[in-house]
Design a protein around this ligand. Structure first.
Ligand code: SF4
Ligand code: MG
Length: 328
């Protein structure tokens, strides 16, 4: 089947300027990403903070323009659309932000917040809006009687439910969640993730989950793309990537989460600056397996169902599956 979203050789650099406004380099936020997302799948984009995953999410929705490469939504290049046509496509593509406090306007009641996209995209006749809002609130587990309340009267979890109702109001096919539960208490995270999973299934949504949290991803994703310094270093079916990680970075991320009976092994070293990233394999400054070739030659991501961008992937020692615990 045709992918709903296709990214080809996508790049986005942000200029860095000094105090006098002179250009001093560029943050290579997204630096050559190819990715194809099938309708109805849940794809997780995983990586440490600063790896470019939020920028990638915004590029996917056409909220920012790439410096190079292309985003195609249902076969249509977003860059070729007029501003007006792009606004119309927004109805089909929605974003849920990390921070439910910042994403809801404090001057709008819950009803106004959820109704706004309905009005903007003229999805339903005006007279039907209150009923539609009530239905959306019920769908995200909020009592419709709360429609007249203000965001500050809600808990973080409830606000995120309102933000989800708002994102679903226009009837999107594709929803991107940028760390949608990271700002919430751990106990509330599971509830909101379960809610999202139910909605994805019921509504047949295509969902891109941007997250640094492997525990959340493992629970939800069909497929995983691991990002490091602006590039995808491993991609594949979630079960495969978790049980048989191929890239040393993915292995390190998984080892950093404590397993049953196995202590966490935190990833050594900091992520290098995305301004002037290291040549060759960008992970070579932290990779325990790095050889000379890694410092000189950039490994490419092969086009395969489960693929890693690593020169040595076929000669690395087998990964210890994180789920297979040491009985001691
Ligand atoms: Fe490590 Fe080299 Fe593979 Fe990069 S290419 S992950 S440095 S072994
Ligand atoms: Mg981010």
């Amino acid at each position: 089947s045709t992918p709903i979203l296709e990214l080809s050789n996508l790049k986005k650099h942000f200029p860095v300027r000094d105090a006098l406004g002179r250009k001093r380099g560029a943050v290579h936020a997204v630096d050559g990403v190819d990715l194809s997302i099938r309708a109805g799948e849940v794809l997780a984009v995983v990586g440490e903070s600063g790896c470019g995953k939020s920028t990638l999410g915004r590029l996917m929705l056409g909220l920012i323009e790439p410096d190079a490469g292309e985003v195609r939504f249902r076969g249509e290049a977003l860059g070729s659309l007029s501003a007006r046509a792009l606004r119309a496509r927004r109805r089909d593509m929605q974003l849920i932000f990390q921070d439910p406090y910042a994403s809801l306007d404090p001057r709008m009641t819950v009803e106004q917040a959820v109704a706004e996209p309905l009005i903007l995209h003229r999805t339903v006749p005006r007279a039907d809006i209150p009923t539609r809002v009530a239905g959306l609130l019920e769908r995200v587990g909020l009592r419709p009687e709360l429609a007249g309340r203000w965001p500050h009267e809600f808990s973080g979890g409830q606000r995120q439910r309102v933000a989800i109702a708002r994102a679903l109001a226009s009837g999107p096919a594709l929803v991107i969640g940028d760390e949608p539960v990271s700002a919430l208490d751990v106990s509330v995270q599971a509830q909101v993730i379960n809610l999202l999973q139910g909605l994805i299934r019921e509504l047949g949504l295509t969902f891109v989950l941007i997250s640094h949290d492997l525990a959340v991803v493992r629970h939800v994703a069909d497929r995983v793309a691991v990002m490091y310094l602006g590039r995808i270093v491993e991609a594949g079916p979630a079960a495969e990537v978790f049980s048989n990680p191929r890239h040393p970075y993915t292995r390190a991320l998984l080892a950093a989460v404590p397993g049953q009976g196995r202590p966490a092994a935190p990833l050594a070293g900091d992520m290098p600056s995305p301004i002037d990233p290291p040549p060759g394999c960008r992970f070579h400054t932290r990779c325990p397996h790095a050889v000379d070739r890694c410092r000189a030659e950039t490994p490419l991501l092969p086009a395969a169902l489960h693929a890693a961008a690593c020169h040595l992937q076929d000669s690395l020692p087998p990964a210890i599956p994180p789920a297979e615990a040491d009985p001691g």
